[in-house]
Design a protein around this ligand. Structure first.
Ligand code: AMP
Ligand code: GLY
Length: 419
């Protein structure tokens, strides 16, 4: 099979790494990829959002399966366009990806089908939103559309809510994503996530995996895309997993089917475990980044037949085998991230880290320049290790991290210590 992976981050390197191990693969491409995917696949210089050129490439090359990493092309309808041309592609349609692409769509769906979530109201007028927020306690103000994970503002009081509404709706800091907003109750509890493969009817949950969102140790500082991740998640007992499947994830794919938008691909539920049980914070229409990195290290089954089964509606005939080991991924980022940062620093020590037993260095923001790998983004690498238990996985991942250097590299020192 000729397989194309769309995207160029750490998640996509991990998918390329895993899919490259499948006996069904004859050729592997990644668009646009990074310096890490270049070692396992042919990088194609087409951006993940350039759907027309991706479609042309897939047609001309006779790609048998396309796997989409990031949310933007999904929400923009890449799956619909490929399917119209008879091309096989893994991921939800544009209508189904609205579960991530529009907070208002997903909140309305949850309300209509009694799927547990925070109480909310949606607004297209900033004045109405401010009036509403003034009568509430702590709230969360969310831009309706995609804002690269940044369009969510937690507000302790009405003053903070007013400021958040100003930033999102009036200043349009997140562009058109802030034309409408959701204001919802601030939920307290433990935050966890559950990812599942689905063909629209059957859900096959993945093992638990948790990320660390804040940039600094002890969960301090601003939120990032994720500074590290680990799997399994000690919070996700099989009882909790079953509760989330029964009360949230299965009702959601049934609801999507009833709405005429069969949901295929990965369903990622971001959850708060409250005193009243698990409630949904958000859905994502794709794998998490960096959660994918430890998950791929632990997945023993071939991913390609599982993705094919999601497309064909035969997921009920499959199961997934996992390594019982623990995996920990430490993200190494550019100094200054998630704010502004420099690019183009040469990275030393990659070979030494990759040569370590049980350690894989997944690249995110990297590129090759004059036979050297240089930094090319905020999150640069995900040093990911397998260990017999949590302490040994942590020790191996950090032993890998210590071999790698570039000016002002930054990473958290406490990844995995929550588990
Ligand atoms: P979202 O993109 O909707 O998942 O929001 C980003 C982050 O904001 C989540 O991972 C939570 O940490 C936090 N968050 C979102 N909604 C709520 C809520 N209703 N209550 C508390 N925290 C929330
Ligand atoms: N790590 C969080 C996400 O991928 O949305």
């Amino acid at each position: 099979m000729k397989i194309l992976i769309v995207g160029g981050g750490g998640r996509e390197h991990a998918l390329v790494w895993k899919i490259a191990q499948s006996p069904s693969v004859t050729q592997l491409y990644c668009a646009p990829g990074n310096a890490g995917t270049a070692g396992l696949a042919t990088n194609i210089d087409i951006g993940a959002e350039d759907i027309d050129r991706l479609l042309d490439f897939a047609r001309v090359e006779g790609i048998d399966l396309t796997v989409v990493g990031p949310e933007m092309p999904l929400v923009a309808g890449i799956v619909d366009k490929f399917e119209e041309q008879g091309l096989r592609i893994f991921g939800p349609s544009a209508q189904a990806a609205k579960l991530e692409g529009s907070k208002i769509f997903s909140k309305n769906l949850m309300q209509k089908y009694n799927i547990p979530t925070a109480k909310f109201r949606s607004f297209s007028s900033a004045d109405d939103a401010v009036r509403y927020a003034e009568g509430q306690g702590p709230v969360v103000v969310k831009a309706d559309g995609l804002a690269a994970g940044k369009g969510v503002i937690l507000c302790e009081n009405a003053n903070e809510a007013r400021a958040a509404i100003q930033v999102i709706m009036k200043d349009r800091t997140f562009g058109d994503a802030g034309g409408r907003i959701v204001i919802e109750e601030w939920l307290r509890g433990k935050e966890v996530s559950l990812l599942a493969l689905t063909d629209g009817k059957t859900l096959l949950p993945l093992e638990g995996a948790e990320d660390h969102k804040a940039v600094f140790d002890g969960d301090s500082g601003p939120n990032t895309g994720g500074m590290g991740a680990y799997s399994p998640s000690p919070i996700f007992t099989s009882a909790l997993k079953q509760e989330v499947l029964n009360d949230i994830m299965v009702p959601t794919i049934r609801a999507m089917e009833k709405e005429g938008a069969l949901y295929k691909g990965v369903l990622y539920a971001g959850l708060m475990i409250t005193d009243e049980g698990p409630k949904t914070l958000e859905f994502n229409a794709r794998m998490g980044d960096p959660e994918t990195q430890p998950l791929m290290m632990r997945m023993q089954s071939d991913l390609v037949p599982l993705m094919s089964a999601c497309i064909d509606g035969t997921l009920d005939q499959h199961h997934i085998d996992w390594s019982p080991q623990t995996s920990v991924c430490v993200v190494m980022a550019s100094g200054g991230y998630p704010g502004s940062y420099e690019k183009g620093h040469a990275i030393a020590g990659l070979g030494d880290a990759d040569a370590m037993e049980d350690v894989t260095v997944f690249h995110a923001g990297t590129r090759e320049e004059d036979d050297q790998v240089v930094t090319n983004g905020g999150r640069v690498l995900g040093v990911t290790a397998l260990g017999a238990d949590v302490p040994s996985a942590i020790a191996k991942a950090y032993a890998g991290v210590e071999k790698i250097t570039w000016p002002e590299a930054h990473y958290r020192k406490d990844i995995g210590q929550r588990c």
